[in-house]
Design a protein around this ligand. Structure first.
Ligand SMILES: NC(=O)c1ccc[n+]([C@@H]2O[C@H](COP(=O)([O-])OP(=O)(O)OC[C@H]3O[C@@H](n4cnc5c(N)ncnc54)[C@H](OP(=O)(O)O)[C@@H]3O)[C@@H](O)[C@H]2O)c1
Length: 329
């Protein structure tokens, strides 16, 4: 494993990390979570990603229980969560004090307490605003995130899928008021989804010291090659609550492009999944690539991607681009 600073901070994150979206509670129980977290940690992974919304809080509970079982020193691992959609469904959205999708102060200050309770932790290392909320003044959100940190409930904060100009506005609001600034963004980044990371955010790395914790390096599994002959029964694409992904996962042009990547991966001595993960990790603006896995075999196989990063020479990258660039957004 290699380690990189999370943006312009002193915190070192493992170049590959592990997330729990879709998997925890739906595919992975607490015992399997222990096994998967242990396999990742043994390979040098120090960052485990989560969110309030994942399995409506159950994902945080499972990770918290697994961490208690594993008993690692708290200094040696980084845990995240993210806030935006909320969990309370007891009143209709139009009546709710907190609209379902909000970054207002009332929601955020309650959300952090809920996450701490579900994890059973005294603080969460990284907290994210899971999506932008144009309906809440930026100062209100930034101050609430600052206050979580001042209260010792969180250590660093950032954004996920925010437009560059909103990140810029948040950073400058914090700068003006002497509040903790957003340190990292969590964007989607893979061979078929590049522009935001490579173009839209380009100045933020240099000007704001923004770090990136990128998600879905396999485009939900598409880049592993498993959807080239249809949807396997035991895959994410077959899950009822993931039906919205099916059209993308079975896209014929993208699956044909994945076929073109197969000999490139073979030439480098790796798998398609390892090639795709290594490709995301080769970008120096990426602090960590958050991988996903539904079992421990995938965890171990995907971490092998580190061995391919140094093999991605300009010539190899040009071959990869020739197969995928025109299909990327
Ligand atoms: N901030 C955000 O809005 C956001 C959004 C999405 C994700 N995330 C974070 O990013 C993490 C990673 O995202 P992701 O899970 O979408 O990552 P991904 O790497 O694109 O997809 C992971 C899925 O692909 C399949 N897979 C993984 N390795 C494989 C292999 N070697 N061979 C075949 N299939 C393989 C597994 O699903 P099956 O085995 O079930 O097919 C696995 O759950 C999430 O857990 C979450 O923490 C954040």
């Amino acid at each position: 494993m290699q380690y990189r600073h999370l943006g312009r901070s002193g915190l070192r994150v493992s170049t590959l990390s592990l997330g729990s979206w879709v998997t925890y509670h739906n595919q992975v129980d607490a015992a399997q979570a222990v096994e998967m977290l242990a396999a990742a940690y043994d390979a040098g992974v120090n960052f485990f990603d989560n969110a309030e919304a994942y399995a409506l809080g159950k994902s945080e509970e499972i990770m918290g229980a697994a961490l208690r079982k594993l008993g690692w020193p708290r200094l040696n691992y980084i845990v995240s969560t993210k806030f935006f959609w909320g969990l309370d469904r007891s009143v209709p959205a139009e009546r709710a004090v907190n609209r379902r999708d909000t970054l207002n102060r009332k929601y955020l200050m309650q959300a952090i307490d809920g996450s701490l309770a579900r994890f059973g932790l005294e603080h969460i290392d990284l907290v994210y605003c899971h999506r932008p909320d144009p309906a809440t003044p930026i100062e209100e959100t930034v101050r609430a995130m600052n206050d979580m940190i001042v209260a010792g409930k969180a250590l660093y904060w950032g954004t996920s899928e925010w437009p560059a100009e909103a990140i810029h506005a948040a950073w400058h609001a914090a700068d003006r008021h002497g509040w903790h600034k957003p340190l990292m963004e969590q964007p989607q980044y893979h061979l078929f989804h590049r522009k935001r990371v490579e173009e839209e955010y380009a100045l933020l790395y240099r000007d704001l010291g923004l770090g990136l914790t990128t998600w879905s390096p396999l485009a939900s599994g598409l880049l592993s090659g498993k959807y080239r002959a249809g949807i396997p029964n035991d895959s994410r694409g077959a899950m009822e609550n993931m039906a919205f992904l099916r059209e993308g996962l079975t896209n014929p042009e993208r699956n044909a492009a994945v076929g073109l990547l197969a000999p490139i991966a073979a030439d480098l001595g790796g798998s398609l999944a390892q090639l795709a993960i290594a490709w995301a990790a080769r970008n120096p603006n990426v602090s960590t690539v958050i991988t996903g896995a539904s079992n421990v075999v995938q965890v171990q196989a995907n971490l092998g991607a580190m061995e391919l990063v140094a093999k991605l020479t300009p010539e190899v990258l040009a071959r990869i681009d020739a197969a995928t660039l025109t299909l990327a957004d």
